[in-house]
Design a protein. Sequence first.
Length: 237
Amino acid sequence: MADNSIVHIKNVTKKYEDKLVLHDINFDIAQGDFIAFVGESGGGKSTLLRLIAGLELPTSGEIVVNGELVQGLSQVTRVMFQDDRLLPWMTVLDNLSFQSRDKKARQRAQELLDLVQLNDFADHFPNQLSGGQKQRVALARALMSSPQLLLLDEPLGALDALTRIRMQELIAAIVDREQLTTILITHDVREAAKMADYVVAIKHGTTGLKVTGQRGRDDEVAMMQVANQVQDFILAD
């Protein structure tokens, strides 16, 4: 394991009864890196994220996050899912701060609403928000505990194209500002190439290709080259 690794994955396998979903996963993620995992549906991307999050345990092998063996949910890790999972009977502010209603928590919640550009929506309920606004709240909620590792499980998959681009830019800016180590699960190879330091293709249940992404660069040609390389690898027989 590298000295600066916040995530260390060693010989991880995951089975569901007789179905082998992941095998021979070995990977290190350095502090501050933005990694995108891509692959076809059912290829094990989200399963890998759930293992890293501690929502499930591997059949064999080990995952270490921040120096601790993952055996359940970790205080240093937070997940943002494709569905916002907001509590409909609570306001936006309460959805962020309900686990700790003290003044400090509400102040942190308000700061995060400012960060995701929803400072005027603190007293709104989820049914008064657009899909993109709900995902901004979900992002703010994931940041409430100041995690060291942010896991993004296809959080933009249900958004329209323009809203998706805005959310990509917002997430990128916040990840940079908060200096977060981030793992993105996505079907969109362009999104992966644009946002990540490294793009990792999962194929046949294991990691195959790892290429350098275009995080922080404004080079459309280079981004498309990365996206095409990853896509060709995934689609090849």
